[in-house]
Write a protein that binds this ligand. Sequence first.
Ligand code: ADP
Ligand code: MG
Length: 336
Amino acid sequence: MIAFEAVSKTYAALSEKGGGHAALSGVSLSVKAGEVFGVIGASGAGKSTLIRLINGLETPTGGRVVVDGDDVAALGVEGLRALRRRVGMIFQHFNLLSGKTVAQNVAFPLKLAGRPAAEVKARTAELLERVGLSAHAGKFPAQLSGGQKQRVGIARALATGPKILLCDEATSALDPETTEQILELVSGLNRELGLTIVLITHEMDVVRRVCDRVAVLEGGRLVEEGSVEDVFLHPASGTARRFVQEAEGEISVAPGVGGRLVRLTFKGEATYKPVLGEVARATGVDYSILGGRIHRLRETPYGQLTLALTGGDVAAAIAQFQAAGVRVDDLGGESV
Ligand code: ADP
Ligand code: MG
């Protein structure tokens, strides 16, 4: 649905934000139809630049961005307009028109597209219903909470019936509970309307909740890409490790703890099996629990436990964990 082919972007050196250096360098990635694709990175990593290339708000200085079959840079004014009807976008600060009501904000793209008044009215009502704002149609943005403003943003982004929804830090200005509700709404659009979603965030937790795959940007370069499961459970890049640690908290190992340190990762079914006890009994290995958590990646439960294994047959224990579908990462310590 979306393909980045060796895309680079260097802003003009005279721009007010600085520019002159590459905001993106040689980024290649593809987003499949119907998936929720996350992009994470620190501030300044190039996330907004990347997402704005998708709907032609920026043009690449190298490489190509192909969206739904179109090379975005090759589109004329009309082609770009048509593309933007197929690609909706929501923003961190909502970007609503403060002088217009909720209904007028949602109706705005339809009026721009020259739709007949009766259609605009019916479609606006339907969209407000979808985002749960029917009772607030006549209010102005200043009278709404942050979550309600983002719901208006979402309804407006959906007005022209897009196939793709771009979310640039859409929950970064919201409190955790509101974030949860907005993510639920966005997930529903993906499930029920089959929308392809590209979601940019600096919060790993957002990625964990809603994304299928994730790309990690570091200084304008793509440093890691994979299923959320892989990147979350086994982050390879420095940036991904930092993000996961921030989201999950760090496991600290007390000095002087003996034994072989291992991290076990249980996924799906294995999360709830009594594997630890079985392996301990069978191999005579004892364990101290140093840290652990059970969470969900979208619908998949997973658990991670950091253990110090002592006594018994440690090598056999590790082999048995692996045979039971548990991933074992060796964190060092005493050798077997
Ligand atoms: P992010 O969204 O990850 O914070 P951005 O894509 O906004 O990153 O910015 C990436 C880099 O490009 C930063 O160094 C930023 O200062 C620069 N940049 C972004 N937009 C512009 C612009 N319009 N002009 C000049 N430099 C820009
Ligand atoms: Mg940004």
